[in-house]
Write a protein that binds this ligand. Structure first.
Ligand code: NDP
Ligand SMILES: O=C1O[C@H](COP(=O)(O)O)[C@@H](O)[C@H](O)[C@H]1O
Length: 514
């Protein structure tokens, strides 16, 4: 969607968790690339906050190391680097201690004075979720929200672990920051091709006219990862793939694909349409869950010829854990546009490849003129490739060149990131937050409705324990139970499509009629 806002107002940014993993791997690189691309104002400051003591110069060196290692933009000019780095400072406080916020206020005010900043403040919560609420409260109690300019609070995920905890957090945050000042990050919304879904749909009569249950037979959303739990078991083992990926990223993709055209390209109009999708999303009762949802846990296996351990042998995973590392589901949006169209979703760790994509499978032609034993027709497919390849592929059927009566599936490809270095999600999102554009942040209604959909599924699975936990081999596409969800409707998962290797998606084999 095109941007409505484009201002470069000077700002002071406070990163809580300013020496953490997210800051190093995502936030510093994004800030540096934005700066080098001319998207930051000339005048700004950043204060990193953490518990461990650090000298200013050490913090700037830490900043540089992170940028050297993770940024897509190189540090290639010392003078230019110094003018960027001098805007960064660090303060060691315990953010749970309200008494330390006087010191924080002084440190921010000092930077504002040093760089003649007008008082706009962006508070970025890159700390553990249990600290989100308390930091918001302390910011207000400590007087940091009584600044002269705008104030905005950027919050990382996860926002709660169920509806009730999310609601309590929302109330706590809203006591200091009204909803319009809250920017909840879902980094999938910062991805180029996710933002492109609306453009594709609403700027092309070609697709929008067909975008409904009369022409689409099913939609598939896949977010497959190669990585396992890595060193995050303490968080992941109590979250599971359902909370970690489905409640947020997968449902956001679903909303982008299924929403009605908004009346305007402003955040309110867009959020209204997204929320309507969640209101129409069929909620499963606990007793329905096994019919529509599948969960799995990876066993050992091979990825890229390298042996990888089962989830249960990963570092810090509790013995006998029944946590899911894979989820698949068949979802329905019970409205006029989508009634009867299954939305199949799947996400998992240690799968065969890293691939996030949406596949729209169109209905077959009403009369099968070309089906015979020589023809291998495929369904019309629109593949929206989100990550790591970005682009679009459209499968059609066409006459095989030079061969009479032979019809074959062909692919038309568009690559979005070939020869172009597209922005990282965090670059887009930080830029939007600085510009006051909430379009690609999640609003409270979306979050709360998403939890209301997720909670009964979680409860069913928590009660069933390992009974419903399907093992799948590392390096596969998930458990066979996930295939069965589609088989029973006469469909199958479309494999990720790789134009450069000409690996074609597998499509439903269609019956050959006489
Ligand atoms: N890392 C990632 O890739 C992603 C992270 N996130 C989210 O981002 C947030 C941060 O994650 P991540 O960076 O990985 O976490 P880390 O544990 O790496 O960093 C947390 C930071 O918080 C600081 N901190 C913790 N407690 C306090 C305290 N009481 N007072 C002051 N500072 C404190 C730590 O400082 P110190 O070490 O000095 O104690 C540390 O700098 C989480 O909400 C996470 O869910 C979301 C998506 C991806
Ligand atoms: O939010 C999360 O997302 C990542 C996957 O993100 P991607 O951009 O690489 O697709 C996932 O690994 C992680 O578990 C989850 O917390």
């Amino acid at each position: 969607m095109s941007k409505q806002i484009n201002s470069k107002e000077p700002f002071a940014m406070v990163i809580f968790g300013g020496a953490g993993d997210l800051a190093q791997r995502k936030l510093f690189p994004a800030l540096y690339t934005l700066h080098r691309s001319g998207f930051l104002p000339d005048n700004f400051s950043v204060l990193g906050v953490g518990r461990s003591p650090r000298e200013t110069e050490d913090y700037r060196q830490f900043l540089r190391n992170a940028i050297t290692q993770f940024a897509r933009t190189e540090v290639d000019n010392e003078e230019e680097w110094s003018s960027f780095a001098e805007r960064f400072d660090y303060l060691s406080i315990d953010v749970t201690d309200a008494g330390t916020y006087d010191e924080l206020e002084r440190a921010v005010a000092e930077q504002e004075k040093q760089f003649s900043l007008p008082g706009n403040r962006l508070f970025y919560l890159a700390v553990a979720p249990k600290l989100f609420g308390v930091v918001a409260e302390n910011l207000k109690a400590g007087g940091l929200t009584e600044n002269n300019g705008w104030k905005r609070l950027v919050i990382e995920k996860p926002f709660g672990r169920d509806y009730l905890s999310a609601e309590a957090l929302q109330e706590q945050i809203n006591r200091s920051f009204p909803e319009e000042e809250v920017y909840r990050i879902d980094h999938y919304l910062g991805k180029e091709m996710v933002q492109n879904i609306e453009v594709l749909r609403f700027a092309n009569s070609l697709f929008e006219n067909l975008w409904n249950n009369r022409y689409i037979s099913n939609v598939q959303i896949t977010a497959a990862e190669i990585v396992g739990v890595e060193n995050r078991a303490s968080y992941y083992d109590s979250a599971g793939a359902l909370r970690d990926m489905v409640q947020n990223h997968i449902l956001q993709l679903l909303m982008m694909v299924a929403m009605e055209p908004p009346s305007h390209l402003n955040p309110e109009a867009i959020h209204d349409e997204k929320v309507k999708v969640l209101r129409s999303l069929r909620r499963y009762e606990e007793h329905d869950v096994s019919q529509y949802m599948v969960r799995g846990q990876y066993t050992g296996g091979f990825i890229d010829d390298k042996e990888v351990p089962p989830y249960l042998n990963e570092e810090n995973v509790p013995e006998g854990s029944t946590n899911e590392t894979f989820v698949a589901g068949k979802l329905y949006i019970d409205n006029f546009r989508w009634s009867g169209v299954p939305f199949y979703i799947r996400t998992g760790k240690r799968m065969a490849e890293k691939s996030t994509e949406v596949v729209i499978q169109f209905r077959d032609v009403p009369k099968h003129l070309y089906f015979n034993k020589d023809n291998n027709l495929g369904s019309n497919l629109l593949v929206i490739k989100i990550n790591p390849e970005e682009g679009l592929a459209l499968q059609m059927n066409a006459k095989k060149p030079g061969v009479a009566n032979q019809v074959v599936p062909i692919m038309m490809d568009f690559c979005n990131n070939c020869g172009v270095d597209t922005p990282e999600a965090y670059e887009s999102l930080i830029r939007d937050a600085l510009e006051g554009d909430r379009t690609f942040f999640t609003n409270w209604e979306e979050v709360s409705l998403a939890w209301r959909f997720i909670d009964p599924i979680r409860q069913a699975w928590d009660q069933e324990g390992e009974e419903t936990l399907a093992p799948y081999e590392s390096g596969s596409y998930g458990p066979k139970e996930a295939d069965a969800l589609l088989d029973q409707d006469g469909f199958q998962w479309v494999s990720p499509y790789h134009p450069e290797t000409e690996k074609k998606p597998v499509v439903r084999g269609q019956e050959i009629s006489d």
